[in-house]
Each structure stands twice: as C-alpha cells, then as structure tokens.
Design a binder for this molecule. Structure first.
Ligand code: FAD
Length: 404
C-alpha cells in the first residue's frame, strides 16, 4: 500500500537538530512533518550527552533532564589533574528524556511526528530541485510532498547524499560507550582519559549521571587509527584501567555506539528548497566531538529561516543563504581553532600527554571551560596568549590563534 502526504516543510531525522527545526518552523505558522526511522524518538542513543548548563537554560530544557558537573579530571599514563569549579557549568544529559522533550515541543507547536519512516529517496521537480521525499513506513511505501526539506538525518546525511550534494564523511570519530551502574561514583566529577592505552587518536571518558550510574566510553579518530572503539572499551573495562578501578563493581545497563563527522566545515548547507543541519551539516566541535547544542541552536535557526522562506514563497538557495551565514558567523572560526588543538592532541605521545595535563592544570575553571567548549573569542585568546602568567599556556593559545 502506498501513502501520500502534503506538507510545507518536511524534516528528515528526529534527533536534536530535526526536532528543534520542526519546533521553530511549526511555531512560525507552517505545516511541518518530522520523520524518524526508528520506532520512537531517541530509541537508540548514539551520544554521551555532555553539554553546558548555560545552553540548557537558553533552550529551556527542564532541570530533570541532566546531571550537573563541576569538577573536570584528566588522567594520562603518568599524570592526573582536576580542575574544580565553584559552580556546575557542565552537564551530562539524560539523552532520551531530553530528545523526547525536544520532540514534544515540536509536536506542541503543531508539527506532525511520523516514526518508523525510513527515507531513502528524494523527489525532484523538472529543474532538479527537491520537492519531497519517499521511504518505507509500517504500511509500505510512503511519499511526502513539500515546498522544502531539512536534512537532519545526522551522520548518514540521507537527503543530501540522495540529491548528490555530498559524499560520505572521510574523517570522523567513532565512539562506543556503556551506560553502567557502579558501586562508587562522584556524581559531579567527569574523567577524560588520554594516552595510547585508552585511545591512540582520541580519548576515553567516565561521565556521571547521578545515582551511581555513569557512562564509560572510548572515542577513536578515523582514519587516524584503526582501533575498534568497542573492543578497546571492553579491554579498559576488563582491566579496570586508571580511574575505572575506583568505580568498583560495574553492571552494564545499555550499550551506545555512534559516528560523528570531523571533516571541518566542509559542506555547503543550503540549496534550492533544502537546508542541512546538525551532524548532516558537520556542525560539531572536533576537539571533544560535541554537537548537541549546535544541533539544537542551528536547528531552530533552520526552522525559522525555512518558515519565513515558505511564507514569502521563495525557497531558493539565495533566500536560505541567511541560515548558512548565521551559523558560520557564530562557529566557523571557533571550529577552525578547535581543529588546530585537535591536530596537536592527536600527535601527542604518552610522555607529551603527561606534560600537556600540567599545562591544562594552569587554566582557571572558566578558561578551561572556554577551551574545551572551543569558545575561543579572539579577545579572550589574545588575552591568554599575551598575558597568561604561564609560558606554556601562552604558547598553547598562540598556537590556537595561528602563530607558530
Ligand atoms: C560516541 C559519540 C559521543 C558523543 N558525545 C557527545 C557529547 O557528549 N556531547 C555532544 O554535544 N555531542 C556528542 N556527540 C555528538 C552528538 O551526538 C551529535 O552532534 C548530535 O547527535 C547531532 O544531532 P543530529 O540531530 O544532527 O543527529 P542525530 O542525533 O544523529 O539524529 C539523526 C536522527 O535522524 C534519524 N534518521 C537517520 N536517517 C534517517 C532516515 N533515512 N529516515 C528517517 N530518519 C532518519 C536517526 O534515527 C536519528 O534519530 C557524540 C557523538 C558520538 C558518536
């Protein structure tokens, strides 16, 4: 049986980018369909869910969706440092609860959500522009006709690939994680573990969720390393490496696995009748592979720009250009700076990591947060590169600014 629907805007992908785009578009008065291939929103978790309380508040995400973090511990083979803040600025999200809250906001603004719809084709008009999508639903083939599409399908970038606008990401991060129950855990301290034994091109982590639950994971940069993150995760958990041993008995609850693009801001993100947002657009901070807040923020921008374009009956690439300008102005230079730190970190030996941790330890909590968030405002960087009392910190920030 084949099913046909007609909407102003179709959003493909019910992750944070898609739900946020659908919310903003529906709130701005157009007819929106949000399509998700799984049987419910956030059925599969593919992320560790670390983000920042300031952003959570800006987005209006409820307080019961996250666990606050105020201490940031690092360990390398022969060093360990902790940066302690006076207030919690970071958070580990209850990913399912948060993503479902985002989808509910979209629904309450008037968007229709369709689950179990796997989009695999695009419909084009005679000019070659997208005017709909097709896929498989629970009852067979399903077609959505529309004036515009937002591709929020994440790493797979289904729509823009089907249009022939993009190829598979070449450089990306692969991450494996267990959500587990443990005997001992400090709910307000996260751990980042670096060095060859944890990950040859990346890092491992312990992110607490509160109530003696934590996420233990390993991320590996591809193609830099051929280590399988799932295998490495099992090894470091079995041998109870570094701070993992302090957790005591570990009982796995759920396994998570995901891929995140790390090709820089290489993609064009607007075309006639089409916007790319979130991981589909490559909007992630490469340093710690963090993309949730960008997905939500630019999802909302994409939804608003799409609604305005549809209402003014001009969904051409030039009418949508405002979206690309908006997000590039906000994060392009920060992502490029973060890429420079990542290049430095990927090349570090175990001994160099031991020294790097001493440099990180010289940062004040707010400097560290700006650094890890890739919130490198130019004036901030100049200040740190010129005036920081420690030479090693000045050198680090000179590198980010672009000086040798
Ligand atoms: C291991 C790992 C750890 C991470 N940790 C963090 C972190 O701690 N903090 C952080 O901020 N970011 C983290 N990220 C990155 C973050 O998860 C992404 O940047 C974010 O999820 C991007 O949101 P999105 O909506 O663009 O894509 P996604 O979250 O991937 O959502 C895409 C949605 O589209 C659906 N979909 C895909 N194809 C189709 C189709 N053909 N038809 C219909 N639906 C489809 C999918 O099922 C999915 O629901 C991590 C990523 C990985 C891989």
């Amino acid at each position: 049986m084949s099913e046909e629907h007609h909407y102003d805007l179709v959003v493909v992908g019910g992750g944070p980018a898609g739900s946020s785009a659908a919310y903003a578009a529906a709130k701005n008065g157009i007819r929106v369909a949000l399509l998700e291939k799984e049987k419910s929103i956030a059925e599969t978790v593919r992320t560790s869910g670390v983000t920042w309380i300031q952003n959570i508040k800006e987005f209006g995400i409820p307080d019961d969706c996250y666990n606050p973090i105020k201490n940031f511990s690092f360990c390398s083979p022969n060093n360990e440092v902790t940066i302690s803040d006076s207030v919690a600025r970071a958070a580990v999200l209850d990913v399912r609860k948060t993503y479902r809250w985002l989808a509910r906001e979209a629904e309450q603004s008037g968007a229709d959500i369709f689950v179990k719809i796997n989009i695999d084709q695009v419909i084009k008009n005679k000019n070659g522009n997208i005017v709909g999508v097709k896929g498989k639903g629970p009852k067979g083939e399903v077609t959505f006709h529309c004036k515009m599409v937002i591709d929020a399908s994440g790493f797979t970038s289904t729509v823009c690939k089907a249009m022939g606008f993009a190829e598979q990401w070449k450089r990306f991060g692969a991450g494996a994680e267990y959500e587990v129950e443990v005997e001992n855990s400090d709910p307000h301290t996260w751990w980042l573990m670096v060095g060859q034994q944890y990950s040859p091109a990346g890092y491992a982590w312990i992110f607490p969720l509160g109530n003696n639950k934590v996420r233990i994971g390993v991320g590996v940069g591809k193609p830099e390393s051929n280590v399988d993150p799932t295998q490495r995760l099992k090894e470091i958990m079995e041998t109870k490496m570094g701070p993992i041993k302090e957790l005591g008995k570990i009982t796995p609850i759920e396994f998570h696995y995901g891929l995140i693009p790390n090709d820089g801001l290489s993609r064009k993100t607007v075309f006639n009748n089409l916007i790319l947002v979130g991981d589909s657009a490559g909007q992630a901070n490469p340093l710690v592979l963090e993309g949730i807040r960008y997905a939500i923020k630019f999802g909302r921008v994409a939804g608003k720009v799409s609604a305005d374009a549809i209402k003014s009956d001009n969904t051409s690439m030039s009418a949508l250009e405002e979206y690309e300008k908006n997000w590039k102005k906000d994060i392009e230079s920060k992502i490029n700076s973060a890429g420079k730190v990542q290049d430095r970190w990927i090349g570090l030996s175990d001994e160099e990591w031991d020294i790097e941790l001493d440099i990180i330890n010289e940062l004040k909590p707010e400097e560290f947060i700006d650094f890890i968030k890739a919130d490198f405002g130019l004036s901030n960087m100049i200040k740190l590169a010129t005036h920081h009392p420690k030479l090693a910190v000045r050198q680090l920030f000179n590198l980010i600014k672009g000086k040798k």
